[in-house]
Design a protein around this ligand. Structure first.
Ligand code: PEP
Length: 253
């Protein structure tokens, strides 16, 4: 079965409720009610309810949170549980973004705890992985990706994996304007799929969507998406404007 491309906007710490509602109104008009790709918006926690309301009649666009905690409740000041996100109606949760890893000290074991909790709750994870420039230049690309997948996806059941999305985001390409070449990105994606095959079986690996992330723009989307193992994009900067994000979604289709 062909994998349906998935294009997700990562708004990071941008857009409060009013900005998000204005974005969604314009974006939905530009998309025009149908799309051949799955589209996901990831606002901040406080913006999720307004975004959900603005998307109430959308046939195309779903919602993700940018993070979650792995416990149901408790003394975790500043954290948000998966149950709370379900109450709002999120479809996906991004976990392990490189900014969470580097700025907030999240490691593969914590990302694994979040992935397990999301699977248990029936919410789809978007699991981010990717190497730093130093790791790539010192020949560690494959060992880093393998570790992130082996530890981050440890003990997850294979039957939940087709609904899980992997986002391969070379850290040196995030927010820098530097994109991996389509050939380099494809090589990394093929390696990720090979490791997924070792972990969950090839039939399951063939169903898992692997997004590319790192300075995706309207102009480079089609070429990246033409690669056989690139099944979508996780988009930061270029997702903040309805015009550029809708163009990315169209060019990915
Ligand atoms: C990201 O933050 O996940 C990302 C890919 O950002 P940008 O598109 O701005 O590089």
């Amino acid at each position: 079965m062909p994998r349906k491309p998935i294009i997700a906007a990562n708004w990071k710490m941008h857009k409060g409720p009013a900005d998000a509602a204005a974005f969604i109104e314009e974006f939905e008009n530009l998309i025009g009610g149908s799309s051949s790709v799955e589209i996901v918006l990831s606002p901040t926690f406080v913006t999720l309810p307004a975004a959900k309301a603005a998307l109430a009649n959308s046939e195309t666009t779903q919602l993700a949170a940018q993070n979650c905690h792995f416990e149901d409740k408790g003394a975790f000041t500043g954290e948000i549980s998966i149950g709370m996100l379900q109450e709002i109606g999120v479809d996906y949760v991004i976990i392990g973004h490189s900014e969470r890893r580097t700025l907030f000290g999240e490691d593969d074991a914590m990302i694994n705890a979040k992935a397990k909790a999301l699977h248990a709750a029936g919410v789809k994870p978007i699991v981010c992985i990717g190497e730093t420039l130093e790791e790539r230049e010192s020949g560690q690309l494959e060992s880093v990706l393998r570790r992130q997948l082996e530890v981050g996806l440890k003990e997850l059941s294979a039957d939940k994996m087709p609904a899980t999305v992997i986002a391969y985001e070379p850290v040196w390409a995030i927010g820098t304007g530097k994109t991996a070449s389509p050939a380099d990105a494809q090589q990394a994606h093929a390696f990720v799929r090979k490791v997924l095959g070792e972990l969950f079986g090839e039939e399951v690996a063939a169903q898992i969507r692997i997004q590319y992330g790192g300075s995706v723009k309207p102009a480079n989307t089609a070429e990246l998406m033409a690669q056989p193992d690139i099944d979508g994009a996780l988009v930061g900067g270029a997702s903040l404007e309805p015009g550029s994000f809708s163009e990315i979604c169209k060019n990915a289709g």
